[in-house]
Design a binder for this molecule. Sequence first.
Ligand code: ADP
Length: 253
Amino acid sequence: MLKQFEAELNKNSKINKVIGVVSGKGGVGKSSLTSLLAVQKQREGYKVGILDGDITGASIATTFGLGHEQVYSSNEEIFPPESENGIKVMSMHLLLENPEDPVIWRGPILADIIKQFYRDVHWGELDYLFVDMPPGTGDVPLTIFQSLPLDGIVIVASPQELVGLIVSKAINMANQMDIPILGLVENMSYVICPDCGKKIFVFGKSHVDEVAEKYNLPVLAKIPFDSSLAQLSDQGAIEAYNADWFDEFKLDI
Ligand code: ADP
């Protein structure tokens, strides 16, 4: 399929790789994974940015403790605020004076904003730009798939979705658009028993390996349900996150 609507990159920026984070539906941990991928690459020493493309459910700025008072703009460009460790973030949340206001714009406007975030934001030089994509396989995610020059995507799903068709739809959408899928992540895969340290599979047997095998994709991580991840996100301190699974987490691209 042709990518007809490719957005232009900001004229003062140079981005090596653009990576989308995709999920079949909302609430499965897409924004958390986007933040963690950025944190992991930043810890490896790379220059990283995050474009929060989930306009109506924007949560990335909060996760990094950033607010609209940290955004500067000239006539032509918007300067993204930087997290404590230097991750640049642009999100609709940062442009709203009252973050509790709902964003009630329709699809075409949402897609235009994401293109503007690519064109009008002064990203500077980045090794990686992670894009938190809108959830699902509908109109808005499709337009964004067509708009941004994605070098690859990571698909995140909860254990329940991996049983049904939702993940297959996301995989098929990426395949139809010729965008490489870098791997699958299962989120809220298990809980670690605080007493004995054993993994408890609250949703039953995991299906991520079967799905990965069926589509010939790597499994990048099985993320446990971890209350410290949710707490640090709420406190704007996701960069302080540490966990055994996270030490082994690696995205090769
Ligand atoms: P999405 O972007 O798919 O809507 P989020 O990343 O915003 O999902 O996650 C939804 C909520 O679940 C957030 O409050 C987040 O902190 C929490 N959450 C996500 N993944 C985990 C996890 N593995 N353990 C604990 N809480 C999680």
